[in-house]
Every structure is written in structure tokens, then in C-alpha cells.
Design a protein around this ligand. Structure first.
Ligand code: MTE
Ligand code: MO
Length: 409
């Protein structure tokens, strides 16, 4: 059972690690990095999987801890160096996993009651988790390889016959061990007794005897229902077909101005009506070649309509229809080259994403717009009026609202 739950948990962590790295490097790319721009919902899919798999880790981690719980108190606590490594890696893995999934869940609610930077710690802990998981697996490797290379034989009726080397104890070996073992006393002994009883029950095909805390079947059912429930009741924030079931996900589809949720309002970003009034201009620059555009100038240019999602790093996402000017057309107006990257500046006075950069693969994409309209309506103030960026397969945080300047780097 520990192995079965461990495989699920390990897969979920690996999925979270890979999708997390993708999200991290989209926001903080290394100089040589280029990213796919299609399918245009690639980031939405990847981040939806990241959050959903992360949420599934809650019941899986608790289930795994429940199964191996007596092992944590085995005596003596440390037998040898491998045992020490094994236990230390588990301690690190369990504690960092709990911090990781709890802070991750808080982040989806934009709640930061802890005294550290969420993104940095979430990123750093992911390496601690994957590293300690690798040590854990390395320590267990002899056992794992013995399992996969065990000899299998079948009797005439086709039943699996366990040979002596097999890892699964037979009823007789368990009974023999019990008979020769010195009997511990106290509460731990009762606990150990219960475990032995359960092992015997599993070997037996008969229904559980005695009073095990939970039957094997009951445990599997509880864990499956719990995992399916937390996934189904939150995944609607990332996957439209589950929207009706979205009870716990913090953002609901179709809410907010023009039917799209808002993550950070103009008020939060301290963008005022004065900033976005008729004086507003979008500055487009490449070195000394500079042009400015009023909203009327932008509306007078060729308009394009695209369907692109806002896919927030916090897990919610929603598809919308955007209309505006192609970014490439604007950049060509100041003589930008196709291989040049871009720096975007927002009107907002502060915030980690006031100034961001965009690789040329996104700048050149047909779908990348400086959007002026959303879902058939003039862009609402909270959606980035007078103009915002919308590009395919980018995290929401990089879909800059209240644009003021675009410059070739
Ligand atoms: N200038 C600026 N743009 C921004 C943000 C911001 O804080 N400042 N928030 C981003 C985030 S986190 C998301 S998810 C999207 C949300 O877009 P929406 O509010 O139009 O749905 O806008 C992005 N654009
Ligand atoms: Mo976001």
C-alpha cells in the first residue's frame, strides 16, 4: 500500500516539478531560452495540471503518512548509514512537502500569511523535495530491484507461487517471526500488534479478523474518494468542463467585468483615471526611433480578433475574445527586427510585474495583440484600459495591463 500510494505521490510531485519549472522559466528565462507559442493554451494546460496535481497531493500525502506511520517510530531509530540517509531524506521530504503544498494552496487564494517570499521559497523547496525524493528512492533501490527481478512461478491452477526469496511474507513466516520475537509491551506494542494483524489479514483472503483500524479496501476507497473529490471540486478553475463542480477554487468562470475575473484591480495597482485619460499615450521605441500612439491612433490601425486564455500562475484560467492591434505591426513601425526582444512597462507605480520582458517568439506571433477590447466590449479599467498585452501560452502575470511603453531591448 505504501508503494502504491508512493508511486502516485511521486508522479504528482514530478508533474508539479516539471510544470513548475516551465512556469518559472517563462517568467525568469535564462538567456538562451525559447518557448513554444502553440498550442496557445499550452501554459493554461500546464499550470492547470500543476495546481490540480498539487491539490491531489494533500490526500495522497496524508494517505502515505497514514500507511507508513508505524515505521516512523521503529526502533532503533537509526541502524546504519543508509538507514540514517533514508530517515533524514524522509524527514526533509515530508516537512518540505507539507510546507510546499500548504503555501501553494494559500497562493491560489492570494493569501500570504508567512514571512517569506512565496515564489522564491516555492521554487527552492521544489529542488529540496525532488532531491530528497531521489535519495529516498536510491535508499530503497535494492528493495525495488529485488521486487522487479523476483522469480515468479505458477502452479497448475495458474496461481502465483511465492518463492522463498519473495518479498511478500507468507502467513507461515510472519507467524514464525512472531513466535520467536520478544514481545514488546506498552502502547507501541499494541500498535505493532495491530499492524501485524493487518499484514496477516492481507495475506489471508478471508475478511479482516480482529479490529484493524481501517480495512485495506476501506482505506483505498477513502483515499480514492478524497483525491477525486478535492480534484473535482477545484479543477473547474482550470478546466472549463468541471466549472459546474468548482466549489473551492477561488475564481469562478464568467465573473467580473466583460465576464472575466480580475486578479489585481486598477485600484490595487494604483492606476487612476487621470493616468488613463485622453492624455494617455503608448510609447513604442527602438533606440532613437520612437513613436507614440493615442488610443484613437491604435483603434485606427488594422484590428485583429483572437481567442486566448488568461492563465494565472495561481491556477485559474479562462478563455476570452480579444480585439486590438498586432504587436508585430507596432514594432515594425519603429523598425524592430524579428529577432529582437521586448521590454514592456505598465502605468502602475509599483509591483513585481510593472516592467517585464517578452522573447521575440511571442513578439512575432500572429496572435499577440495590444488588446483594446475584451469579449466585444471596450477594455474595462480593471482589465488594463486603455491597452493591455495578450499573447499565446504566457502566464497571466506577463499579460501586462495598463501598458505605457514598449521598447526593443
Ligand atoms: N500591469 C499589470 N498587469 C497585470 C497584472 C498586474 O498586477 N499589473 N496582473 C496580472 C495577472 S497576475 C493576471 S492573472 C492577469 C489577469 O488579467 P485580468 O485581470 O484581465 O483577468 O493580468 C496580469 N496583468
Ligand atoms: Mo495571475
Amino acid at each position: 500500500m505504501a508503494v502504491a500510494v508512493g508511486r502516485l505521490l511521486g508522479s504528482a510531485f514530478l508533474i508539479c516539478f516539471l510544470t513548475g519549472l516551465y512556469s518559472h522559466f517563462l517568467q525568469d528565462p535564462l538567456p538562451w531560452m525559447h518557448f513554444p507559442t502553440s498550442p496557445s493554451n499550452l501554459y493554461q494546460l500546464s499550470q492547470g495540471i500543476h495546481i490540480t496535481a498539487g491539490i491531489a497531493c494533500f490526500p495522497l500525502l496524508l494517505g502515505k503518512l497514514y500507511v507508513i506511520y508505524p515505521e516512523l517510530f521503529s526502533y532503533p531509530p537509526i541502524k546504519n548509514f543508509a538507514g540514517f540517509l533514508g530517515r533524514a531524506s524522509i524527514a526533509l521530504f515530508v516537512s518540505s512537502s507539507i510546507v510546499q503544498i500548504v503555501t501553494g494552496l494559500f497562493d491560489t487564494f492570494q493569501w500570504y500569511p508567512f514571512p517569506f517570499n512565496f515564489r522564491q521559497v516555492h521554487f527552492a523547496l521544489s529542488f529540496v523535495i525532488i532531491g530528497s525524493l531521489a535519495i529516498h528512492i536510491a535508499v530503497k533501490l535494492p528493495l525495488i530491484s529485488r521486487y522487479w527481478t523476483r522469480k515468479k512461478s505458477y502452479d497448475a491452477a495458474g496461481n502465483l507461487v511465492l518463492d522463498e526469496e519473495d518479498l511478500a511474507p507468507t502467513k507461515e513466516t510472519v507467524a514464525a517471526n512472531l513466535a520467536t520475537a520478544s514481545q514488546p509491551t506498552g502502547p507501541l506494542a499494541r500498535r505493532a500488534d495491530g499492524i501485524t494483524g493487518r499484514v496477516m489479514d492481507w495475506i489471508d483472503t478471508a475478511p479482516p479478523r480482529g479490529d484493524p483500524a481501517v480495512s485495506r479496501r476501506g482505506f483505498i476507497a477513502t483515499l480514492s474518494v478524497a483525491t477525486a473529490a478535492v480534484v473535482a471540486l477545484t479543477a473547474g478553475q482550470s478546466f472549463r468542463f468541471l466549472d459546474g463542480l468548482n466549489v473551492f477554487g477561488p475564481r469562478k468562470n464568467g465573473t467580473g467585468p466583460s465576464g472575466l475575473p480580475i486578479n489585481r484591480t486598477a485600484k490595487d495597482a494604483k492606476v487612476t483615471d487621470a493616468d488613463t485619460g485622453s492624455d494617455w499615450q503608448l510609447t513604442v521605441a527602438r533606440g532613437s526611433s520612437v513613436k507614440t500612439y493615442s488610443r484613437a491612433d491604435l483603434l485606427a490601425m488594422k484590428q485583429y480578433e483572437v481567442q486566448l486564455p488568461i492563465a494565472c500562475v495561481e491556477g485559474w484560467s479562462q478563455l476570452a475574445t480579444w480585439k486590438g492591434v498586432r504587436l508585430r505591426d507596432l514594432m515594425e513601425s519603429v523598425g524592430a527586427h524579428p529577432d529582437e526582444d521586448l521590454r514592456l512597462t505598465s502605468l502602475e507605480k509599483s509591483g513585481g510585474y510593472r516592467v517585464t520582458e517578452m522573447g521575440n517568439e511571442f513578439v512575432q506571433n500572429d496572435l499577440t495583440l495590444v488588446a483594446l477590447e475584451l469579449n466585444g466590449q471596450k477594455l474595462a479599467m480593471d482589465h488594463g484600459y486603455p491597452a493591455r498585452m495578450i499573447a499565446p501560452s504566457r502566464p497571466g502575470v506577463l499579460q501586462t495591463k495598463w501598458l505605457s511603453k514598449l521598447e526593443v531591448i
